[in-house]
Design a protein around this ligand. Structure first.
Ligand code: ADP
Length: 433
């Protein structure tokens, strides 16, 4: 076996170990191992040299001692059963990470299938790219590789690339490929870049930031009102009994709002974190609907809204009774709040395709179509001012959605502007039902 095959084999097997690290340990360890492995692979491609089989075996043995090689695969390669180049190609192509290797003239020496996918969708011509500039015009990618080749610098940059309609984000790690001898004043013979897809992480981070800023904003509004009323009281309104009472009740209302908000936030994070136990059982639906109507009867009467249940006494659904009541209460409460004076809220049940559906229909203004896809998002409201005025937290529907999912079901909505909305909770039926 030649020295080139030896290097290829050593690093090929290290590459396998690196891939394993990626799945079982931390991405950082994997990234380092991966870069090491790929550097070897590229070195094998870039350095065309021959040496004795003995030398190659020594390399392999030391790689095995270092724990990088997979003895079975290595043995198969040494025995000539598996060609080293084919093993590398298969390994590279089975990686989720996109890998690009270039030489010192910025020519593409190797790239795997994931890299072809990334650059094809991003407008490059990845089938047989000759230069890095055929692959991508992204200046951030280009300069990371250029810095590695020209100055031997390692780089870690965040880069974006289009994937269909999606903009994906990658953490690109680029490392120079060095050899022992210095040619034209440099030992750098090329560079290898690995693209880690961090789109999901980035989105989660964005959601977290948005949530934090929403929460702060939502809490600040009632708090600012409380401070203003207290200041007015301190400035003399306390001595005017009628005003004092009015301001105090405004303080009370805003403090209640803050408490509701904090309760809903805690509830939502508990459900999302999976710490809320959902214990489904066969429960009779009609009494649950009845309890929920009783709790909201005064509110409905205030607004002249009639509450009707068409749920038969013999209907059972497979759900956690307390959680189902919580979902229904949120939906019926909204159906009352956003109804018209003298309107109606109707609860119905339907079973189809092994699933139970509980519908809450109202005769309100309905929800314009453009809002429907986002209506279950935290803090999403069609009319912010109206929701606040009604004491809403903007979290009710998000809680319903998460609870429905915790049951293995889903929450959905249909609405026609001017005619009302129907919110539905879909639950899987019990297996023996
Ligand atoms: P809120 O506390 O504002 O009620 P929700 O998460 O329960 O928060 O609802 C979010 C928004 O969805 C509401 O602010 C309202 O704009 C809209 N919405 C919810 N239910 C209805 C309904 N039955 N009819 C019309 N709009 C609704």
């Amino acid at each position: 076996m030649s020295q080139r095959q030896g290097i290829t084999l050593t690093f090929g097997t290290a590459l396998l170990a690196a891939s394993a690290a990626l799945y079982f340990w931390s991405p950082a360890v994997a990234a380092a191992a991966l870069l090491f492995a790929l550097a070897g692979f590229a070195a094998a491609r870039l350095l065309g040299a021959s040496a004795s089989d003995e030398e190659a075996r020594r390399d392999l043995a030391s790689a095995e001692r270092a724990g990088a090689a997979t003895p079975n695969v290595a043995a198969a390669v040494v025995a000539g059963e598996v060609p080293a180049a084919a093993l590398l190609d298969v390994t590279m192509d089975s990686m989720r990470e996109a890998v690009v290797v270039i030489d010192s003239a910025m020519r593409v020496v190797a790239l795997n299938n994931s890299a072809r996918d990334v650059f094809r969708d991003d407008g490059g011509s990845p089938l047989s790219p000759r230069r890095l500039s055929d692959l991508t015009r992204n200046p951030a990618i280009y300069s990371a590789f250029a810095a590695a080749v020209a100055r031997g610098e390692r780089a870690e940059v965040k880069v974006g690339a289009a994937r269909g309609d999606d903009l994906r984000t990658y953490d690109l790690h680029v490392a120079p490929l060095r050899q022992r001898e210095v040619v034209y004043g440099s030992d750098v013979r090329g560079a290898v870049g690995v693209f880690f897809d961090i789109t999901r992480l980035e989105r989660l981070e964005l959601v977290r930031q948005e949530f934090l800023s929403n929460v702060s904003h939502e809490l600040r509004t009632p708090l600012t009102a409380i401070i203003a009323f207290v200041e007015t009281l301190e400035d003399g309104a306390l001595d005017e009994p009628e005003n004092a009472r009015r301001f105090l009740s405004a303080v009370r209302r805003n403090a209640d709002r803050m408490r509701d908000l904090i309760n809903d936030i805690l509830e939502l994070s508990a459900i999302e974190a999976g710490t809320v136990a959902v214990e489904p059982r066969q429960v009779r639906l009609a009494p649950l609907v009845g309890d929920c109507f009783t709790a909201l009867a005064a509110r409905a009467a205030d607004r002249g809204v009639a509450l009707r249940s068409d749920v038969g006494a013999d209907v059972f659904v497979y759900a956690d009774a307390r959680r189902l009541e919580q979902m229904l209460t949120n939906l019926v409460d909204n159906a009352v709040k956003f109804n018209r004076e003298g309107g109606e809220v109707r609860v119905t049940h339907e079973r189809a395709g092994g699933r139970d559906r509980v519908h809450v229909a109202d005769t309100g203004d309905g929800i314009p179509e453009e809002h429907l896809p986002r209506i279950f998002e935290r803090f999403y409201r069609v009319d912010r001012a109206r929701s606040r005025e009604m004491g809403g937290t903007g979290l009710g529907l998000a809680i319903v959605k998460h609870l429905a999912r915790a049951h293995g079901g889903e929450a959905t909505v249909r609405s026609t502007t001017g005619q009302g909305s129907t919110f539905s909770v879909e639950l899987p039926a019990a297996k023996n039902a």
